[in-house]
Design a protein around this ligand. Structure first.
Ligand SMILES: NC(=O)c1ccc[n+]([C@@H]2O[C@H](COP(=O)([O-])OP(=O)(O)OC[C@H]3O[C@@H](n4cnc5c(N)ncnc54)[C@H](O)[C@@H]3O)[C@@H](O)[C@H]2O)c1
Length: 280
C-alpha cells in the first residue's frame, strides 16, 4: 500500500544503485513500491586502482537488483552510468525520458566511502577520486537532470545522499568529510537557484549503515582504532540515542517523504537520519 499516492507514475533516476543491500537499492525499492517508475544506474566496473572491483556495483549485480524490484511488482530499469562522464549522464537522462516520458526525481547516491587514510598518507589521486564521485558527479547529474525538469515545467525533486560526515569530522576521512560537507553546499545552492521552477533539493545525512560500504568501514575503523569488531559496534550503538545503527530503509523512508507532495515546502535542508546521533 503506497504511503504517498502523489508519487504514482513519477520517474526517478538513482545513481550508484546497482549494489545489493546498498542505500540506492533500498531507495529504488521504496520509490518503486510508491508507484514510481525507477531507473537505477551504476558504474559497473572499476575506474582504476583507487576503485577496487569489490566496491563497485557490477552490471550483473545491478540487473539482479532491478529484476528483484520488478519481481516485487515495481517498474524498474537498469542503465550503466559513470557519474564522472558528462556524456554518459546526458545520455542516461535522455534515455530515461525516451523510455518513461519524463524525469521527475533525481537521487544523487553514488559515492566512494572506502578511501580512508590519515591526511599524511592520503594521495592526491585518492583525494580526487573521492571528491570526484561524491561532489563533481553529483554536480554533473544535478545539472542535466535539472535542465530536463526545467524544460518539463512542472517542478521536480533532487535528493542528495550526504552523510553524518557532512556535519561532523571523522578521523582518516578528510576527502570523504570534505566531499559530503561540499554536497550540503551544493544542495543549498541548487535549492536557491531552482526554487522558482518548483524544484526542491534536499540532502539526507545518514549515520552508519552496514551496507557493502558500511561493512568495509566497520572493518577499517575497528582496526584503525585498535578495537575488536564487537567493541567497535558496541561503542557505536552506545552513541546513538535510539540504540541501533541506521538501516537502508531509514534513508529510503526519508527519501520517499522528501520526494512526495508532503515535503513540497521543504528545500535546501540537510536532514539527519541518525537515530539522534547527529543533531546539528
Ligand atoms: N553506508 C553508510 O554508512 C553511509 C552513511 C552515510 C552516507 N552514505 C552514502 O550513501 C551512498 C551509498 O552508499 P552505500 O553505503 O549504499 O554503499 P554502496 O557501495 O552500496 O553504494 C555506492 C555506489 O556508488 C557506486 N559508484 C562509485 N563510483 C561511481 C561512479 N563513478 N559512477 C556511478 N556510480 C559509482 C558504486 O558502484 C556503488 O554501487 C554513498 O554516497 C555513501 O557515501 C553511506
Amino acid at each position: 500500500m503506497p504511503t504517498y499516492p502523489d508519487l504514482h507514475g513519477k520517474v526517478a533516476l538513482i545513481t550508484g544503485a546497482g549494489r545489493a543491500k546498498g542505500l540506492g537499492e533500498a531507495m529504488a525499492r521504496r520509490l518503486a513500491a510508491e508507484g514510481c517508475r525507477v531507473v537505477i544506474t551504476d558504474i559497473g566496473r572499476s575506474r582504476g586502482p583507487e576503485m577496487p572491483v569489490t566496491a563497485v556495483g557490477t552490471d550483473e549485480e545491478m540487473s539482479k537488483v532491478a529484476g528483484s524490484i520488478r519481481a516485487d511488482g515495481g517498474e524498474c530499469s537498469a542503465m550503466a552510468l559513470d557519474v564522472l562522464e558528462e556524456d554518459q549522464v546526458r545520455a542516461v537522462v535522455a534515455a530515461t525520458v525516451e523510455r518513461y516520458g519524463s524525469l521527475d526525481i533525481l537521487v544523487n547516491n553514488a559515492g566512494i566511502g572506502y578511501l580512508m587514510k590519515p591526511i599524511l598518507e592520503m594521495t592526491l589521486a585518492e583525494w580526487d577520486a573521492v571528491l570526484g564521485v561524491n561532489l563533481r558527479g553529483a554536480f554533473i547529474a544535478t545539472k542535466y537532470a535539472a535542465e530536463q525538469m526545467v524544460r518539463q515545467g512542472r517542478g521536480g525533486r533532487i535528493v542528495n545522499i550526504a552523510s553524518q560526515a557532512a556535519k561532523s569530522g571523522f578521523p582518516f576521512a578528510s576527502a570523504y568529510c570534505s566531499s559530503k560537507h561540499g554536497l550540503v553546499g551544493l544542495t543549498r545552492v541548487t535549492a536557491i537557484e531552482l526554487g522558482r521552477h518548483g524544484i526542491t533539493c534536499n540532502a539526507i545525512c545518514p549515520n552508519h549503515v552496514t551496507t557493502g560500504l558500511g561493512a568495509w568501514q566497520n572493518e577499517y575503523f575497528s582496526k584503525a582504532l585498535g578495537m575488536t569488531m564487537e567493541q567497535y559496534l558496541a561503542a557505536m550503538k552506545g552513541r546513538i540515542p535510539l540504540g541501533r545503527a541506521g538501516l537502508p530503509e531509514d534513508t529510503a523512508s526519508a527519501c520517499a517523504w522528501l520526494c512526495s507532495a508532503q515535503a513540497q515546502y521543504v528545500t535546501g535542508e540537510s536532514m539527519n537520519v541518525s537515530g539522534g546521533e547527529e543533531y546539528h
